[in-house]
Design a protein around this ligand. Structure first.
Ligand SMILES: [Zn+2]
Length: 228
């Protein structure tokens, strides 16, 4: 699992997006922020999956924001999210997981809320540097994952919502995969994958070769095979 944390810094104060994800990585991130003299003043979670709502005590007791739907799901799905963490997570990390409220960061970011990948999923757009923090969308290593719930149309509407930002982006930061300058090409590849599987039942998307993706591909084939 290739995971990204985004740290948006303004004059030494940081908005921390989706800190992730194993305990040693969270500790290393806290150490690096300290060494660089960066103070976390706010957090943001792009969606209510266990690897996107984490926190570390050293990040501090600061406001942690998410969309209203994400904040609601972080509460109502808490038992499942905790179970997904596994045994490596200490009690304090488990306690801090998912403690997000509905709200908007004070930083100069635009929130793009949609229901692709997860209900209430939120991308962040940084207008001046033209950076798109995509959450679990627009990955170069993961296929589109519209599986919670199984709502492919919502995923396609999410791609529509992201399109103008992908066109304008100088940089795209996915939750999993590589930072890239190819946001629009990724969006086109995601649309092509979904369209190909719907129309023909197949796709030759090269991301199928990546770990775990064949099962996701099979699930989408089954899902779209059942739909008219
Ligand atoms: Zn996710």
């Amino acid at each position: 699992m290739q995971t990204n944390t985004t740290v948006i810094v303004d004059s030494g104060r940081a908005l921390l997006v989706d800190p992730a994800w194993m305990p040693d990585e969270l500790a290393a991130l806290a150490r690096e922020l300290r060494e660089r003299g960066i103070t976390v003043v706010e957090g943001f979670a792009t969606h209510a999956h266990h690897d996107h709502v984490l926190w570390h005590p050293e990040f501090g007791d600061v406001p942690r924001w998410a969309s209203a739907r994400t904040a609601e799901l972080a509460r109502t799905e808490r038992a499942d999210l905790v179970a997904a963490l596994g045994p490596a997570f200490s009690d304090d990390l488990v306690h801090l997981m998912g403690r997000v409220d509905a709200g908007i960061p004070a930083f100069d970011v635009e929130l793009i809320v949609h229901d692709g990948h997860a209900p209430g999923h939120t991308a962040l757009w940084l207008p001046e540097p033209r950076v798109l923090v995509a959450g679990d969308m627009l990955s170069d290593v993961e296929l589109p994952l519209p599986f919670w719930p199984d709502d492919v149309p919502a995923y396609e509407r999410a791609l529509d919502a992201l399109e103008p930002y992908a066109d304008a982006a100088r940089l795209v930061i996915p939750g999993h995969g590589n930072v890239g300058t190819d946001a629009r090409a990724r969006l086109d590849a995601d649309r092509r994958y979904l369209t190909d599987v719907r129309r023909t039942g197949r796709s030759n998307d090269p991301r199928r070769a990546n770990e775990g993706m064949d099962a996701e591909y099979a699930h989408l084939q089954e899902l779209l095979g059942r739909q008219p």
